[in-house]
Design a binder for this molecule. Structure first.
Ligand code: SF4
Length: 489
Protein backbone atom coordinates (compact mmCIF):
# COMPACT_ATOMS: atom_id res chain seq x y z
CA UNK A 1 0.00 0.00 0.00
CA UNK A 2 1.38 3.45 -0.82
CA UNK A 3 0.84 6.35 1.53
CA UNK A 4 -0.07 9.80 0.26
CA UNK A 5 2.11 12.07 2.33
CA UNK A 6 0.88 15.30 0.84
CA UNK A 7 4.40 16.07 -0.31
CA UNK A 8 5.80 16.19 -3.82
CA UNK A 9 8.20 13.36 -4.68
CA UNK A 10 10.76 15.79 -6.10
CA UNK A 11 11.10 19.14 -4.37
CA UNK A 12 9.62 21.55 -6.93
CA UNK A 13 9.70 24.46 -4.46
CA UNK A 14 13.09 26.27 -4.15
CA UNK A 15 12.59 25.88 -0.39
CA UNK A 16 12.57 22.07 -0.74
CA UNK A 17 10.30 19.99 1.49
CA UNK A 18 8.99 22.70 3.77
CA UNK A 19 5.45 22.64 2.39
CA UNK A 20 2.93 19.89 1.85
CA UNK A 21 0.15 19.94 -0.70
CA UNK A 22 -2.89 20.12 1.55
CA UNK A 23 -3.86 22.02 4.71
CA UNK A 24 -3.19 20.40 8.08
CA UNK A 25 -6.87 19.71 8.98
CA UNK A 26 -7.40 17.70 5.78
CA UNK A 27 -4.28 15.59 6.27
CA UNK A 28 -4.96 15.25 10.01
CA UNK A 29 -8.46 13.89 9.38
CA UNK A 30 -7.02 11.10 7.25
CA UNK A 31 -4.32 10.32 9.81
CA UNK A 32 -6.85 10.17 12.64
CA UNK A 33 -8.79 7.49 10.80
CA UNK A 34 -5.71 5.21 10.80
CA UNK A 35 -5.96 3.30 14.08
CA UNK A 36 -2.73 1.36 13.49
CA UNK A 37 -0.85 4.66 13.09
CA UNK A 38 -2.35 6.02 16.29
CA UNK A 39 -1.43 2.87 18.19
CA UNK A 40 2.17 2.99 16.90
CA UNK A 41 2.52 6.68 17.75
CA UNK A 42 0.87 6.39 21.15
CA UNK A 43 3.13 3.51 22.17
CA UNK A 44 6.34 5.16 20.89
CA UNK A 45 5.73 8.64 22.33
CA UNK A 46 4.67 7.23 25.73
CA UNK A 47 7.87 5.17 25.90
CA UNK A 48 10.16 8.07 24.95
CA UNK A 49 8.37 10.47 27.32
CA UNK A 50 8.87 8.11 30.27
CA UNK A 51 12.58 7.62 29.46
CA UNK A 52 13.13 11.36 29.12
CA UNK A 53 11.32 12.17 32.37
CA UNK A 54 13.47 9.65 34.28
CA UNK A 55 16.85 10.97 33.09
CA UNK A 56 15.89 14.64 33.26
CA UNK A 57 14.72 14.05 36.85
CA UNK A 58 18.28 12.94 37.77
CA UNK A 59 19.82 16.33 36.96
CA UNK A 60 19.63 18.78 39.86
CA UNK A 61 20.46 21.81 37.75
CA UNK A 62 18.30 20.95 34.73
CA UNK A 63 16.56 24.34 34.77
CA UNK A 64 19.91 26.14 34.94
CA UNK A 65 21.17 24.01 32.04
CA UNK A 66 18.06 24.93 30.01
CA UNK A 67 18.68 28.61 30.72
CA UNK A 68 22.33 28.23 29.72
CA UNK A 69 21.24 26.64 26.42
CA UNK A 70 18.77 29.45 25.84
CA UNK A 71 21.40 32.13 26.54
CA UNK A 72 24.03 30.55 24.26
CA UNK A 73 21.51 30.34 21.42
CA UNK A 74 20.35 33.95 21.95
CA UNK A 75 23.99 35.05 21.80
CA UNK A 76 24.53 33.04 18.60
CA UNK A 77 21.54 34.68 16.92
CA UNK A 78 22.67 38.14 17.99
CA UNK A 79 25.97 37.72 16.15
CA UNK A 80 25.26 35.01 13.59
CA UNK A 81 27.01 36.62 10.57
CA UNK A 82 30.18 37.18 12.59
CA UNK A 83 30.20 33.59 13.93
CA UNK A 84 29.60 32.09 10.49
CA UNK A 85 32.52 34.02 9.04
CA UNK A 86 34.65 32.83 11.94
CA UNK A 87 33.52 29.25 11.26
CA UNK A 88 34.34 29.61 7.56
CA UNK A 89 37.84 30.90 8.37
CA UNK A 90 38.47 28.07 10.89
CA UNK A 91 37.25 25.31 8.55
CA UNK A 92 39.26 26.72 5.65
CA UNK A 93 42.40 27.01 7.77
CA UNK A 94 42.09 23.26 8.57
CA UNK A 95 41.80 22.20 4.95
CA UNK A 96 38.02 22.21 4.46
CA UNK A 97 36.11 24.07 1.73
CA UNK A 98 33.06 26.16 2.66
CA UNK A 99 30.13 26.83 0.30
CA UNK A 100 27.18 29.16 0.91
CA UNK A 101 23.70 28.18 -0.31
CA UNK A 102 20.84 30.68 -0.44
CA UNK A 103 18.11 28.05 -0.70
CA UNK A 104 17.45 24.33 -1.05
CA UNK A 105 17.90 24.37 -4.82
CA UNK A 106 21.32 25.99 -4.59
CA UNK A 107 22.44 23.60 -1.83
CA UNK A 108 21.40 20.59 -3.93
CA UNK A 109 23.16 22.00 -6.99
CA UNK A 110 26.37 22.44 -5.01
CA UNK A 111 26.27 18.92 -3.53
CA UNK A 112 25.40 17.24 -6.84
CA UNK A 113 28.32 19.11 -8.50
CA UNK A 114 30.72 18.04 -5.75
CA UNK A 115 29.71 14.36 -6.00
CA UNK A 116 30.05 14.47 -9.79
CA UNK A 117 33.57 15.85 -9.43
CA UNK A 118 34.53 12.70 -7.53
CA UNK A 119 33.25 10.51 -10.40
CA UNK A 120 31.15 8.48 -7.93
CA UNK A 121 27.58 7.44 -8.67
CA UNK A 122 26.65 6.51 -5.10
CA UNK A 123 26.90 8.09 -1.67
CA UNK A 124 26.28 6.91 1.89
CA UNK A 125 24.38 9.26 4.16
CA UNK A 126 24.06 9.73 7.87
CA UNK A 127 20.65 11.03 8.95
CA UNK A 128 20.33 14.73 8.27
CA UNK A 129 17.28 16.96 8.60
CA UNK A 130 18.96 19.64 6.46
CA UNK A 131 19.25 17.31 3.45
CA UNK A 132 15.68 16.09 4.03
CA UNK A 133 14.69 19.74 3.98
CA UNK A 134 16.41 20.39 0.65
CA UNK A 135 15.22 17.14 -0.95
CA UNK A 136 18.82 16.17 -1.66
CA UNK A 137 18.15 12.47 -2.27
CA UNK A 138 15.73 13.30 -5.08
CA UNK A 139 18.19 15.79 -6.59
CA UNK A 140 20.98 13.20 -6.45
CA UNK A 141 18.65 10.57 -7.95
CA UNK A 142 17.76 12.93 -10.80
CA UNK A 143 21.50 13.28 -11.48
CA UNK A 144 21.96 9.50 -11.58
CA UNK A 145 23.56 9.28 -8.13
CA UNK A 146 22.19 6.72 -5.67
CA UNK A 147 21.95 7.95 -2.08
CA UNK A 148 21.84 5.28 0.61
CA UNK A 149 20.46 6.24 4.03
CA UNK A 150 22.38 4.34 6.72
CA UNK A 151 20.45 5.24 9.88
CA UNK A 152 18.18 2.25 10.60
CA UNK A 153 14.96 4.26 10.75
CA UNK A 154 15.91 6.34 7.70
CA UNK A 155 16.72 3.12 5.85
CA UNK A 156 13.23 1.78 6.68
CA UNK A 157 11.70 5.03 5.41
CA UNK A 158 13.81 4.94 2.24
CA UNK A 159 13.14 1.26 1.46
CA UNK A 160 9.38 1.78 1.79
CA UNK A 161 9.45 4.94 -0.38
CA UNK A 162 8.03 6.77 2.62
CA UNK A 163 8.88 10.08 4.32
CA UNK A 164 10.16 10.64 7.89
CA UNK A 165 7.50 11.55 10.46
CA UNK A 166 9.68 12.42 13.47
CA UNK A 167 13.08 14.15 13.89
CA UNK A 168 14.62 11.40 15.86
CA UNK A 169 12.60 8.32 15.05
CA UNK A 170 11.75 8.89 11.38
CA UNK A 171 9.89 5.56 11.18
CA UNK A 172 7.95 6.09 14.43
CA UNK A 173 4.74 5.44 12.48
CA UNK A 174 5.87 1.85 11.70
CA UNK A 175 5.75 -1.10 14.07
CA UNK A 176 8.08 -4.11 14.11
CA UNK A 177 6.02 -6.38 11.91
CA UNK A 178 5.59 -3.65 9.30
CA UNK A 179 9.38 -3.19 9.31
CA UNK A 180 9.97 -6.94 8.86
CA UNK A 181 7.61 -6.92 5.88
CA UNK A 182 9.46 -3.96 4.34
CA UNK A 183 12.82 -5.73 4.74
CA UNK A 184 11.49 -8.96 3.24
CA UNK A 185 10.06 -7.06 0.31
CA UNK A 186 12.89 -4.59 -0.38
CA UNK A 187 16.20 -6.16 0.73
CA UNK A 188 17.31 -8.63 -1.93
CA UNK A 189 19.83 -10.39 0.34
CA UNK A 190 17.67 -10.73 3.46
CA UNK A 191 17.05 -14.03 5.28
CA UNK A 192 13.54 -15.15 4.22
CA UNK A 193 12.94 -16.45 7.77
CA UNK A 194 13.48 -12.97 9.27
CA UNK A 195 11.36 -12.40 12.38
CA UNK A 196 10.22 -9.10 13.87
CA UNK A 197 12.60 -9.42 16.82
CA UNK A 198 14.45 -6.05 17.08
CA UNK A 199 17.88 -7.71 17.24
CA UNK A 200 17.22 -9.73 14.06
CA UNK A 201 15.95 -6.63 12.25
CA UNK A 202 19.03 -4.64 13.26
CA UNK A 203 21.33 -7.51 12.14
CA UNK A 204 19.60 -7.64 8.74
CA UNK A 205 20.07 -3.89 8.28
CA UNK A 206 23.70 -4.11 9.37
CA UNK A 207 24.49 -6.87 6.85
CA UNK A 208 22.73 -4.88 4.12
CA UNK A 209 24.70 -1.69 4.89
CA UNK A 210 28.14 -3.07 5.69
CA UNK A 211 29.20 -3.69 2.07
CA UNK A 212 28.15 -0.18 1.09
CA UNK A 213 30.15 1.41 3.90
CA UNK A 214 33.25 -0.34 2.70
CA UNK A 215 32.83 0.58 -0.96
CA UNK A 216 31.39 4.13 -0.87
CA UNK A 217 33.81 6.91 -1.80
CA UNK A 218 31.55 9.81 -0.79
CA UNK A 219 29.78 10.37 2.53
CA UNK A 220 27.11 13.00 3.17
CA UNK A 221 26.11 14.22 6.61
CA UNK A 222 24.23 16.91 8.44
CA UNK A 223 25.43 18.76 11.54
CA UNK A 224 24.29 18.92 15.13
CA UNK A 225 26.72 21.63 16.18
CA UNK A 226 29.63 23.51 14.59
CA UNK A 227 32.19 25.24 16.80
CA UNK A 228 33.14 28.59 15.28
CA UNK A 229 36.52 29.12 16.92
CA UNK A 230 38.01 25.73 15.98
CA UNK A 231 35.97 24.88 12.86
CA UNK A 232 34.91 21.60 14.50
CA UNK A 233 31.78 19.87 13.23
CA UNK A 234 29.92 17.56 15.58
CA UNK A 235 27.39 14.85 14.74
CA UNK A 236 25.64 12.81 17.41
CA UNK A 237 23.94 9.47 16.71
CA UNK A 238 23.10 6.18 18.34
CA UNK A 239 23.98 3.42 15.89
CA UNK A 240 27.58 3.95 14.78
CA UNK A 241 26.51 4.29 11.16
CA UNK A 242 27.39 7.97 11.35
CA UNK A 243 30.92 7.14 12.46
CA UNK A 244 31.29 4.87 9.39
CA UNK A 245 29.97 7.54 6.97
CA UNK A 246 32.14 10.23 8.50
CA UNK A 247 35.42 8.32 8.51
CA UNK A 248 35.51 5.69 5.72
CA UNK A 249 34.84 7.62 2.45
CA UNK A 250 37.54 9.72 0.73
CA UNK A 251 35.21 12.71 0.42
CA UNK A 252 32.85 14.05 3.06
CA UNK A 253 30.16 16.62 2.22
CA UNK A 254 28.32 18.15 5.16
CA UNK A 255 25.17 20.26 4.86
CA UNK A 256 24.47 22.58 7.77
CA UNK A 257 21.63 24.97 8.56
CA UNK A 258 23.37 28.23 9.48
CA UNK A 259 21.79 28.29 12.96
CA UNK A 260 23.81 25.24 14.08
CA UNK A 261 26.93 27.23 14.90
CA UNK A 262 28.07 27.67 18.53
CA UNK A 263 30.92 29.96 19.58
CA UNK A 264 33.22 27.62 21.57
CA UNK A 265 33.71 24.09 22.88
CA UNK A 266 32.42 25.10 26.31
CA UNK A 267 29.14 26.12 24.69
CA UNK A 268 29.01 22.73 22.99
CA UNK A 269 29.32 21.10 26.42
CA UNK A 270 25.93 22.57 27.44
CA UNK A 271 24.15 21.07 24.43
CA UNK A 272 25.82 17.68 24.72
CA UNK A 273 24.16 17.44 28.14
CA UNK A 274 20.78 18.77 27.04
CA UNK A 275 20.37 16.90 23.76
CA UNK A 276 20.63 13.18 24.65
CA UNK A 277 18.40 13.46 27.73
CA UNK A 278 15.76 15.39 25.77
CA UNK A 279 15.84 13.27 22.64
CA UNK A 280 16.55 9.59 23.30
CA UNK A 281 16.20 9.78 27.08
CA UNK A 282 19.86 8.80 27.53
CA UNK A 283 22.43 10.28 29.89
CA UNK A 284 24.95 10.66 27.10
CA UNK A 285 25.08 10.02 23.44
CA UNK A 286 26.38 6.62 22.24
CA UNK A 287 28.38 8.11 19.32
CA UNK A 288 29.59 11.70 19.19
CA UNK A 289 31.81 12.34 16.15
CA UNK A 290 33.76 15.57 15.90
CA UNK A 291 36.22 16.61 13.22
CA UNK A 292 38.03 19.77 12.17
CA UNK A 293 38.89 20.06 8.48
CA UNK A 294 41.05 17.20 7.15
CA UNK A 295 43.95 15.23 8.64
CA UNK A 296 46.47 13.66 6.24
CA UNK A 297 46.23 9.86 6.27
CA UNK A 298 43.26 9.82 8.65
CA UNK A 299 39.63 9.90 7.51
CA UNK A 300 38.25 11.74 4.47
CA UNK A 301 40.93 13.69 2.62
CA UNK A 302 38.44 16.14 1.11
CA UNK A 303 35.88 17.94 3.25
CA UNK A 304 33.16 20.32 2.03
CA UNK A 305 30.83 22.26 4.32
CA UNK A 306 27.67 23.66 2.71
CA UNK A 307 26.06 26.44 4.79
CA UNK A 308 22.34 26.52 4.13
CA UNK A 309 20.16 29.61 4.61
CA UNK A 310 16.81 28.63 2.99
CA UNK A 311 14.72 31.26 4.78
CA UNK A 312 16.72 31.39 8.02
CA UNK A 313 17.84 35.00 7.43
CA UNK A 314 14.17 36.02 7.25
CA UNK A 315 13.46 34.24 10.52
CA UNK A 316 16.48 35.92 12.09
CA UNK A 317 15.08 39.32 11.10
CA UNK A 318 12.20 38.90 13.58
CA UNK A 319 13.53 39.76 17.08
CA UNK A 320 10.89 37.54 18.68
CA UNK A 321 10.46 34.87 16.00
CA UNK A 322 14.17 34.11 15.75
CA UNK A 323 14.03 31.95 18.87
CA UNK A 324 12.65 29.19 16.61
CA UNK A 325 16.22 28.99 15.25
CA UNK A 326 17.39 27.94 18.72
CA UNK A 327 15.92 24.48 18.08
CA UNK A 328 18.39 21.61 18.51
CA UNK A 329 15.94 19.08 16.92
CA UNK A 330 15.69 16.95 20.03
CA UNK A 331 11.99 16.17 19.32
CA UNK A 332 10.92 16.49 22.99
CA UNK A 333 8.14 18.90 21.95
CA UNK A 334 6.79 16.35 19.45
CA UNK A 335 6.66 13.60 22.05
CA UNK A 336 4.59 15.66 24.51
CA UNK A 337 2.26 17.27 21.97
CA UNK A 338 -1.33 15.89 22.12
CA UNK A 339 -1.87 16.88 18.48
CA UNK A 340 1.31 15.22 17.17
CA UNK A 341 0.63 12.10 19.22
CA UNK A 342 -2.66 11.59 17.37
CA UNK A 343 -1.85 12.73 13.84
CA UNK A 344 1.84 11.85 13.46
CA UNK A 345 4.31 13.84 11.41
CA UNK A 346 3.06 13.40 7.84
CA UNK A 347 -0.04 15.52 8.46
CA UNK A 348 2.19 18.59 8.81
CA UNK A 349 3.30 18.30 5.17
CA UNK A 350 6.65 19.94 5.90
CA UNK A 351 9.65 17.84 6.80
CA UNK A 352 9.56 19.59 10.22
CA UNK A 353 6.54 18.24 12.13
CA UNK A 354 5.13 18.83 15.60
CA UNK A 355 4.93 22.08 17.55
CA UNK A 356 8.28 23.47 16.39
CA UNK A 357 7.52 22.46 12.78
CA UNK A 358 4.17 24.26 12.98
CA UNK A 359 6.13 27.43 13.71
CA UNK A 360 9.35 26.93 11.79
CA UNK A 361 7.91 25.80 8.46
CA UNK A 362 5.73 28.90 7.87
CA UNK A 363 8.52 31.09 9.19
CA UNK A 364 11.06 29.64 6.74
CA UNK A 365 8.78 29.73 3.70
CA UNK A 366 6.79 32.81 4.66
CA UNK A 367 2.99 32.61 4.27
CA UNK A 368 2.22 33.09 0.63
CA UNK A 369 -1.40 34.30 0.58
CA UNK A 370 -4.65 32.78 1.83
CA UNK A 371 -4.25 29.45 0.05
CA UNK A 372 -0.78 28.63 1.39
CA UNK A 373 -1.09 25.28 3.18
CA UNK A 374 1.54 26.37 5.72
CA UNK A 375 -0.92 29.01 6.97
CA UNK A 376 -2.89 26.17 8.61
CA UNK A 377 0.09 24.83 10.62
CA UNK A 378 0.10 27.34 13.51
CA UNK A 379 -3.45 26.19 14.31
CA UNK A 380 -2.28 22.59 14.78
CA UNK A 381 -1.97 23.14 18.52
CA UNK A 382 -4.15 23.36 21.60
CA UNK A 383 -1.66 25.91 23.05
CA UNK A 384 -1.44 23.73 26.17
CA UNK A 385 2.19 24.77 26.74
CA UNK A 386 3.61 21.24 27.16
CA UNK A 387 6.09 21.95 24.33
CA UNK A 388 7.63 24.88 26.19
CA UNK A 389 7.98 22.87 29.39
CA UNK A 390 9.77 20.08 27.52
CA UNK A 391 12.02 22.23 25.34
CA UNK A 392 15.65 22.01 26.52
CA UNK A 393 16.43 25.49 25.16
CA UNK A 394 13.19 27.08 26.45
CA UNK A 395 11.72 28.11 23.09
CA UNK A 396 8.38 29.77 23.82
CA UNK A 397 6.57 27.78 21.12
CA UNK A 398 3.00 28.73 22.23
CA UNK A 399 3.91 32.41 21.86
CA UNK A 400 5.41 31.78 18.42
CA UNK A 401 2.32 29.81 17.36
CA UNK A 402 0.09 32.75 18.26
CA UNK A 403 2.46 35.08 16.40
CA UNK A 404 2.28 32.88 13.30
CA UNK A 405 -1.53 32.74 13.58
CA UNK A 406 -1.49 36.55 13.40
CA UNK A 407 0.77 36.33 10.33
CA UNK A 408 -1.64 33.83 8.74
CA UNK A 409 -4.60 36.17 9.34
CA UNK A 410 -2.63 39.07 7.84
CA UNK A 411 -1.67 36.99 4.80
CA UNK A 412 -5.30 36.06 4.35
CA UNK A 413 -6.12 39.66 3.41
CA UNK A 414 -9.88 39.16 3.83
CA UNK A 415 -11.93 38.26 6.91
CA UNK A 416 -11.75 34.58 7.80
CA UNK A 417 -14.67 32.50 9.05
CA UNK A 418 -13.25 33.02 12.52
CA UNK A 419 -13.19 36.83 12.05
CA UNK A 420 -16.82 36.77 10.91
CA UNK A 421 -17.82 34.59 13.85
CA UNK A 422 -16.10 36.98 16.28
CA UNK A 423 -17.78 39.99 14.69
CA UNK A 424 -21.17 38.29 14.94
CA UNK A 425 -20.47 37.43 18.61
CA UNK A 426 -19.48 41.05 19.34
CA UNK A 427 -22.70 42.32 17.74
CA UNK A 428 -24.82 39.78 19.67
CA UNK A 429 -23.24 40.68 23.00
CA UNK A 430 -23.56 44.44 22.47
CA UNK A 431 -27.18 44.63 23.75
CA UNK A 432 -29.25 42.56 26.23
CA UNK A 433 -32.07 42.17 23.68
CA UNK A 434 -29.80 40.82 20.96
CA UNK A 435 -28.05 38.52 23.44
CA UNK A 436 -31.36 37.07 24.58
CA UNK A 437 -32.43 36.54 20.95
CA UNK A 438 -29.08 34.82 20.23
CA UNK A 439 -29.59 32.49 23.19
CA UNK A 440 -32.97 31.41 21.81
CA UNK A 441 -31.45 30.82 18.35
CA UNK A 442 -28.58 28.81 19.82
CA UNK A 443 -31.10 26.65 21.67
CA UNK A 444 -32.50 25.61 18.29
CA UNK A 445 -29.14 23.87 17.79
CA UNK A 446 -30.60 21.05 19.95
CA UNK A 447 -32.48 19.97 16.83
CA UNK A 448 -29.12 19.22 15.14
CA UNK A 449 -27.69 17.32 18.08
CA UNK A 450 -26.87 13.61 17.93
CA UNK A 451 -25.82 11.78 21.13
CA UNK A 452 -25.33 15.07 22.96
CA UNK A 453 -22.97 16.62 20.33
CA UNK A 454 -23.51 18.88 17.31
CA UNK A 455 -21.13 17.73 14.60
CA UNK A 456 -22.18 19.88 11.64
CA UNK A 457 -24.28 22.92 10.84
CA UNK A 458 -25.31 24.02 7.33
CA UNK A 459 -23.59 27.06 5.78
CA UNK A 460 -20.04 27.65 4.45
CA UNK A 461 -18.66 29.45 7.56
CA UNK A 462 -20.13 26.84 9.89
CA UNK A 463 -18.78 24.02 7.71
CA UNK A 464 -15.23 25.42 8.10
CA UNK A 465 -15.62 25.63 11.89
CA UNK A 466 -17.25 22.23 12.33
CA UNK A 467 -14.74 20.69 9.92
CA UNK A 468 -12.25 20.63 12.80
CA UNK A 469 -14.47 20.57 15.90
CA UNK A 470 -17.84 19.62 17.29
CA UNK A 471 -19.74 21.22 20.16
CA UNK A 472 -21.87 20.04 23.06
CA UNK A 473 -25.62 20.20 22.74
CA UNK A 474 -26.95 23.53 24.15
CA UNK A 475 -28.83 23.09 27.45
CA UNK A 476 -32.62 22.98 27.31
CA UNK A 477 -32.76 26.06 29.55
CA UNK A 478 -30.55 29.16 29.16
CA UNK A 479 -28.85 30.75 32.15
CA UNK A 480 -31.28 33.68 32.05
CA UNK A 481 -34.28 31.37 31.95
CA UNK A 482 -32.90 29.40 34.86
CA UNK A 483 -32.18 32.60 36.81
CA UNK A 484 -35.67 34.00 36.12
CA UNK A 485 -37.29 30.76 37.24
CA UNK A 486 -35.18 30.71 40.40
CA UNK A 487 -36.08 34.32 41.25
CA UNK A 488 -39.77 33.69 40.70
CA UNK A 489 -39.93 30.60 42.91
S1 SF4 B 1 11.66 23.14 19.79
FE1 SF4 B 1 12.77 22.55 21.63
S2 SF4 B 1 11.78 20.62 22.23
FE2 SF4 B 1 11.18 20.97 20.10
S3 SF4 B 1 12.69 19.86 18.89
FE3 SF4 B 1 13.43 21.97 19.10
S4 SF4 B 1 14.77 21.96 20.88
FE4 SF4 B 1 13.56 20.10 20.98
Amino acid sequence: MTTDLGMPTVASDPHGHLRGTEPFPVAAHRALADTQLRQNLGHATRTIRAKRAAVVGEVDDWEELRRAGECVKADVMARLPELLEQLEASVTARGGVVHWARDAEEANRIVVGLVRETGSDEVVKVKSMATQETGLNEALGAAGIAALETDLAELIVQLSDDKPSHFLVPAIHRNRSEIRDIFLREMPDVDPDLTDEPRRLAMAARAHLRRKFLSARVGISGVNFAVADTGTISVVESEGNGRMCLTLPDTLITVMGVEKVVPTWSDLEVFLQLLPRSSTGERMNPYTSSWSGVTPGDGPQTFHLVLLDNGRSNVLASPDGRQALHCIRCSACLNVCPVYERTGGHAYGSIYPGPIGAVLSPQLTGIDGPDDVNASLPYASSLCGACFDACPVRIDIPHLLVQQRAAAVEAHGRPTAQDLAMRAAAAAMASPGRFSLTERVVKLGRLLSRSGRIRSVPGPGAAAWFGARDMPEPPAETFREWWGRRERS
